[in-house]
Design a protein. Structure first.
Length: 286
């Protein structure tokens, strides 16, 4: 079993030390999140938290993940990076492809694009992107991004994006893995066409259903035998829970970010976070 540390919802000044510690302890990688803004008054339910309120505050740091990964990749040598998840249809494919190809080259291909379609319509409105067709637009972007990142001359003629032959350089030196987040039939079908699925925090009962749905989606398109990563985040990291997750097909466990007593983003001192990572590694990764 591989282990990742979620470093989202963390003051960015702490990130270099956390990455160095993660690499030292043997974590495979670290995961960052993505949001543009936090509204003072949230009027859409957040379905990934029990009370449907976002588990962060307006002051919580949401760094630009590609800028941050580009910087962090220079201070660690083996640690991998992932977004959980990058809100793909809120952007244009050219800007995304340029950032991804650049950070792939900077990091020597230690980056995974973890992508989702987003949940907050108001955030889409800020950048003048349509919310209703975001899933179909994301599907087209997922088809288009590897072509743009290839560094070759390409053209594309889709419903949302249409352009003549052009080239974006520098291209990647190897294909970037793409994981999909989301708990819906559409998300499972989207993930089945890619390299993996990444979840938020789930119970083992939920993961049982998700695992079955992903297997079915992959079976329907004839990809059940292809390599596929199943990254999960648990409420319980006990030995029995880890074994059950592995039996369900989990290939990596993501250790949760540091939360306060209300289960929202806390401002835990750096030394406490480092000790927490050490204790986790000693208990579950040895």
């Amino acid at each position: 079993m591989k282990f990742w540390q979620v470093i989202a919802l963390t003051d960015m000044e702490q990130l270099p030390a956390l990455c160095r510690k993660a690499e030292e302890l043997g974590f495979e990688g670290v995961a960052l999140a993505d949001h543009l803004v936090t509204f003072e008054s949230q009027y859409q339910p957040y379905d990934y938290h029990t009370d449907q309120v976002v588990p962060w505050y307006p002051h919580t740091h949401f760094v630009d993940p590609w800028v941050e990964i580009g910087a962090l990749s220079q201070i660690v040598k083996t640690l991998k990076f992932m977004t959980t998840v990058y809100i793909l249809p809120m952007r244009d494919p050219f800007s995304v492809a340029k950032s991804l190809a650049t950070v792939a080259r900077l990091s020597d291909n230690r980056v995974i694009l973890g992508a989702g379609v987003g949940w907050q319509e108001a955030e889409f409105g800020l950048v003048d992107r349509s919310f209703k067709d975001r899933g179909k637009r994301a599907d087209e972007m997922l088809d288009l991004l590897p072509k743009l990142m290839s560094g070759e001359m390409v053209e594309y003629h889709g419903k949302f994006f249409d352009f003549p032959r052009l080239q974006m350089s520098p291209g990647v030196t190897k294909p970037m893995p793409i994981f999909i987040g989301g708990k819906s039939p559409a998300a499972y079908r989207r993930a089945a066409r890619q390299d993996g699925w990444i979840g938020s925090q789930h119970t083992l009962e939920e993961l049982t259903e998700i695992s079955a749905a992903l297997k079915q989606a992959r079976r329907e398109i004839g990809r059940e035998g292809a390599p596929f990563e199943f990254h999960v985040n648990l409420y319980d990291y006990g030995a029995d829970a880890l074994k059950r997750a592995e039996d369900l097909g989990a290939t990596a466990i993501h250790k949760m970010a540091w939360l306060d007593e209300t289960f929202r983003a806390g401002r835990t001192p750096l030394d406490e976070k480092l000790r927490d990572m050490e204790a986790f590694a000693e208990k579950y990764m040895r």
